[in-house]
Design a protein around this ligand. Sequence first.
Ligand SMILES: CCCCCCCCCCCCCCCCCC(=O)SCCNC(=O)CCNC(=O)[C@H](O)C(C)(C)COP(=O)(O)OP(=O)(O)OC[C@H]1O[C@@H](n2cnc3c(N)ncnc32)[C@H](O)[C@@H]1OP(=O)(O)O
Ligand SMILES: Cc1cc2nc3c(=O)[nH]c(=O)nc-3n(C[C@H](O)[C@H](O)[C@H](O)COP(=O)(O)OP(=O)(O)OC[C@H]3O[C@@H](n4cnc5c(N)ncnc54)[C@H](O)[C@@H]3O)c2cc1C
Length: 658
Amino acid sequence: MASPSSDLDRERRKCTFNVAELTDIINGGREKTERRQYLESLVLNEPIFNYDDYYFLSREEKYSDAVKKTVRLVQVLKQHNIEDPEDYQTLLKYVLNLNLPIALHNSMFRPTIRDQGTDEQRKKWLPLANDYKIIGTYAQTELGHGTFIRGLETTSTYDPKREEFVLNTPTLTATKWWPGCLGKTSTHAVVMAQLYIKNQCYGIHSFIIQLRSLKDHSPMPGVTVGDIGNKVGLETNDNGFLAMDNVRIPRENMLMRHAQVYPDGTYRKPANSKLVYGTMVLLRATVVSESATNLSKAATIAIRYSCVRRQTEAKPGELEPQIIDYVTQQHKLVPQLATAYAFAWIARYMMSTYHALHADIESGHLGALQELHGISSGLKAFTAEMSVSGIEVCRRACGGHGFSAASGLVSMYKDRLPSCTYEGENTVLYLQTARFLLKCFRQPSITPSSMSYIQVKPLPGARWGVKSPEDLMKPILLVEAFEHRAQRTIKSAAQFLESQISQGLDTSEAMNRSGIEFVRCAKAHCYYFVTRNFFQSTALLKCSKEIKESLLTLGVVFALNGIADNSGEFLEDCFITGTQMEFVRERILYCYKQLRPNLVGLVDAFAFADQSLNSALGAYDGDVYNRLYNWAKRAPLNKTDVHSSYHKYLKPILKSKI
Ligand SMILES: CCCCCCCCCCCCCCCCCC(=O)SCCNC(=O)CCNC(=O)[C@H](O)C(C)(C)COP(=O)(O)OP(=O)(O)OC[C@H]1O[C@@H](n2cnc3c(N)ncnc32)[C@H](O)[C@@H]1OP(=O)(O)O
Ligand SMILES: Cc1cc2nc3c(=O)[nH]c(=O)nc-3n(C[C@H](O)[C@H](O)[C@H](O)COP(=O)(O)OP(=O)(O)OC[C@H]3O[C@@H](n4cnc5c(N)ncnc54)[C@H](O)[C@@H]3O)c2cc1C
């Protein structure tokens, strides 16, 4: 058998480009790579951040271990004056291989105070939060409602005599359920509740509540709080429940940047009622980036392993091939790698668009709200869905060892799965994007320039300009195919809705009946958007010819697999012919061959530290079998040669007379 390490060495020698150059591109420049390396150096050398035996821990131990790591992380951040949220996110992405029990503090609690608090409220709460003197969460979802925010039942009733709000959980279904870091960790929460003043309901607003004593962490009077129990993945996180019984907070604890309640109970409504949903939009944009990172990790593990794993001699006595050389294996993994790159590029687009539109919103241009919501909802759903299914493809591609926790892929899959549900269930978010697409379709004046393609009506009888398999290497033709599909499905969703209305259905029923068409057009739009962005961004890169070639070929793989996997949608209006579909399949194979020498280079370029992959299959040196064996030997069941259950149960049976 060939040595696994020499297999990877040989792969690395075959690579046609400079891996470090591509790493800089992925990180966003040389300076960012250096910053990332600096941050990694602060954490990777600390024994406390060792994850070697992590997969053997019980849920409780995992939570406790995560709290220990969190506290050390906070100390490291303070010690080195690291305050930039981008640095924190870099650490989360590349070094800390777990969902921290302060995830919600940094991703939602602080941003909500920043975006929804007045200057005074920011001045009061942010220093405490930034310094981790308090730890917060975002408590919105209830037992009875998650999607339908307007249907939340928690009440916050203003008492003008005492200038206080009184928070209540009036029914069982009003119990807050799911908020991360609520069960055991947080001292405070932003609670979303229906605001009542003098018996009138003014809808959902956000309030800061103290959950636990800062002296001994016990629940505050009127607060019932705990962990919701085991779930799929995210074992380090204490998703929790919360019920409130006449919990009083000062008037100043309502976040009042957009809506205000004055001491006498006078209410001033926000300029737009959706401003209160702002933190969710930020998190949806972040999920795009999380989806990219995790799929990159999964592809790294599965591709390295597939270069090390050998199986089935083709001819007697010959060296068994590396499994990566089976085209069926390439057909599983190369599309995941291509998707990981496409998502890394769209994640950068999403974050910069978020910051630009958020700045517009801050300066009063509220039209940007719906654009940001329209873009981020669909991209969150699209990237979460494809990333989760891609991780599972990578896991299965590792055969039996993909089932071992030591692969790192099992926990990754379980931890990513909820990203299709949290921060807006995916179908619900696709429907939101579809609403925006249809609005743009009907009203050119509100269509952002990034979506102006919607205004071009697809010509009936339009045909794809591809004449040969070689034409499929032309980004313009690939983007054209996705653009056509998106235009056609948006138009057809609009027509479907109109046909329902003309049959006499009221708007909400007509919208419901059009739901499947809506989701279809939202997905088609997202595929188009990601493909176009990938080719546009890659074309602008200043890099070696070899890197550009590899990236463009990955883009072609992403696009062609999108066409092949959704062939019905391209064939049904005869935009693509059966012959062109054959070209597509032929070119996919051609691209796999082109990319084959560079597959390890393309995953090495993500530059994940072994610790962050925490995978016996995907470590840089490829020493798979030693790692698996040594890991299994450390399993708790192997602590003794004879397990206690032998003495308790087996022995009596084995020793009994027949
Ligand atoms: C320091 C930083 C460090 C960062 C580190 C980052 C580290 C990451 C770590 C990650 C850890 C993550 C842990 C997971 C956290 C999960 C947290 C949650 O799930 S939290 C819980 C998450 N929960 C969810 O996500 C719940 C999902 N549900 C919802 O969002 C809403 O209820 C809804 C959108 C479905 C409907 O809303 P509804 O009020 O009923 O609205 P209508 O239907 O009546 O439509 C009226 C009009 O409004 C429009 N519009 C709507 N929204 C927006 C918006 N945001 N804007 C603009 N417009 C909006 C809508 O399109 C429509 O327009 P039109 O067509 O009329 O023109
Ligand atoms: C791991 C995890 C962490 C979470 N963290 C937090 C947190 O920190 N804070 C917080 O407040 N919440 C949190 N949540 C809650 C999460 O945001 C909600 O679960 C999510 O928004 C989905 O809402 P739901 O559970 O009510 O699903 P439901 O809305 O009940 O969805 C069930 C099904 O109904 C469908 N459906 C619902 N409404 C519609 C509609 N209008 N049209 C068509 N189909 C529809 C959905 O597509 C889905 O198939 C978390 C959830 C999870 C799993």
